[in-house]
Design a protein around this ligand. Structure first.
Ligand code: C2O
Ligand code: CU
Ligand code: CU
Length: 495
């Protein structure tokens, strides 16, 4: 009886139409893509990243309350150089505690900006970051436990590019000319055109998905690119939505980098999946000068009942594969490129370490607390401190360390998920994916990662070379931000 009621409710929620059909206000797409300001961060004083409140008219005439670093929404593009120290003063001028987590960077726990490093309004946090990371596209965002989803949604996120002065980058690399950041987010807008975030219980379970697309904070913008090779640094900074990117004319493009940096060689493809927090750099050839749109199909996250659960994706939610693609942004092509390579190199200066054989194995199961859900319905499915998600049966507890991992030893982590697919993220390192969905994968095609989509049994090889003390441990968690906030997170020391 209760179960049937649950299923009915689920069906109703999941059947809510696909993206872009619930828009209450006519959006104004097509404005130029905003290009984030660059902040080169090196040693010494003077680099300030102030988290502040703001307003932005995503739709004209409707000012939304937002958060940003140094601006009303999102933040500057931080550029760090490998081998150099980066000093940055993060100032909190919001109304709540915040952090700045350097997602994907290999820095010790006390510099990582995790939940233990939250600091209050009026305070400044001044980490000195040793930049010890291959050239890569990373990002930063607030990471206050229980508030991450809301703070990132309102705008506390930005991109990081790491440059390696000792490595030749043979790809287009002229920022704002043939090398562009694309921070992709889905958002909801209310009837008056204001950005809104009010996740109900089902949104917390599924992850919150918006009905309108933003890139760098603008609704379905337009970018004019040169007629040549163009590098696009895609960051899925959405709370929960997965994308299956392609171009509306089906054109081929090449992936050249994943989360941790360059791949050994460009990989030709027509479509690319990115789960929340994943990055991919792609190179697109615009020499044919035809205007084109970046689109995505709806990707099922499995739903509460989907993806290996009681009902497969084809049932209630739809696999998404037969939905019409929705638009993310468009490209106009201008004059021929004046700079940059005319062709893609056959190989890239990637930096894939040999992690060797694992010395131990650990198992992680990402759980929705289903026992109480089925038995007691919604009022009863809450775990510790109101948390409804967990890992290995436990919801996140800021006060307890889940693992102590020895430094410098390669481990095999086996990750499984019940009910849904989840993007699993680990702080403090990059890892190699060994199997995904039970199938072996070629590391050369995936590169070094810090997020992996767990869609069936997944194995990663991981090694930590940075220390994390128990006061400032590293996190592992689902990067669906509503799941993370609801307790699908654990923490560990490295020593
Ligand atoms: Cu993107 Cu724990 O973070
Ligand atoms: Cu992270
Ligand atoms: Cu999750």
């Amino acid at each position: 009886m209760k179960r049937r009621r649950f299923l009915t409710l689920t069906a109703a929620t999941l059947a809510t139409p696909a993206l872009l059909t619930r828009r209450a206000v006519a959006a104004e797409p097509g404005a130029p893509l905003p290009i984030p300001q660059v902040m080169e961060v090196g040693p010494g004083a003077g680099n300030t990243l102030t988290a502040m409140k703001g307003t932005r008219e995503f739709m004209s005439g409707a000012a939304s309350d937002t958060l940003g670093y140094e601006q009303d929404y999102l933040g500057p593009l931080l550029r760090f150089q490998r081998g150099r120290t980066a000093n940055i003063d993060v100032v909190n001028r919001t109304d709540d505690p915040i952090t700045a987590h350097w997602h994907g960077m290999h820095v010790p726990g006390h510099l990582d900006g995790g939940p233990q490093l939250a600091f209050d309004p009026g305070r400044t946090w001044s980490p000195e970051l040793p930049v010890d990371h291959p050239a890569a596209t990373l990002w930063y965002h607030s990471h206050v436990h229980g508030r991450t989803a809301d703070q990132v949604y309102r705008g506390l996120a930005g991109m990081i590019i790491i440059d390696d002065p000792d490595a030749v980058d043979p790809l287009p690399r002229d920022y704002g000319t043939n090398d562009f950041p694309l921070i992709v987010q889905d958002r909801n807008f209310d009837r008056s055109g204001r950005m809104s975030y009010d996740p109900g219980m089902m949104d917390r379970m599924q992850g919150f998905r918006g009905t309108e697309m933003l890139v760098n904070g603008a609704i379905r913008p337009t970018l004019t690119v040169p007629a040549g090779l163009v590098r696009l640094r895609l960051l899925n900074a959405s709370n929960a939505r997965m994308y299956d990117f392609s171009f509306n004319d089906g054109r081929q493009f090449h992936q050249v980098a994943s989360d941790g940096g360059l791949l050994p060689a460009p990989i030709a493809m027509n479509g690319l999946r990115l789960a929340p927090a994943e990055r991919a750099e792609i190179v697109v050839n615009f020499t044919d000068r035809s205007a084109v749109r970046l689109v995505s199909r709806n990707v099922s996250s499995g739903g509460m009942m989907g993806g290996g659960g009681m009902m497969n994706g084809g049932g209630m939610m739809g696999s998404g594969s037969d939905d019409a693609p929705f638009e993310i942004m468009s490209f106009d092509v201008g004059d021929a490129a004046e700079t940059g390579p005319a062709t893609l190199p056959a190989s890239l200066p990637s930096d894939l370490p040999d992690l060797g054989a694992p010395v131990r194995t650990r198992d992680f199961t990402l759980n929705v607390h289903t026992g109480s859900m089925m038995g007691g319905m919604f009022n009863n499915l809450i775990g510790r401190d109101g948390q409804i998600m967990g890992i290995n049966g436990e919801s996140y507890d800021m006060g307890s360390i889940d693992l102590a991992v020895p430094m410098g030893e390669t481990e095999l982590w086996r990750i499984n998920a019940d009910m849904m697919v989840h993007p699993f993220h680990v702080h403090g390192t990059s890892f190699q994916v060994v199997t995904m969905g039970g199938r072996a994968v070629d590391p050369a095609r995936i590169g070094m990662k810090d997020v992996v989509l767990v869609d069936g049994p997944t194995e990663i090889l991981v090694r930590f070379d940075k220390r994390a003390e128990k006061e400032t441990p590293f996190m592992y968690h689902c990067h669906i931000l509503e799941h993370e906030d609801a307790g699908m997170m654990g923490q560990f020391t490295v020593g």
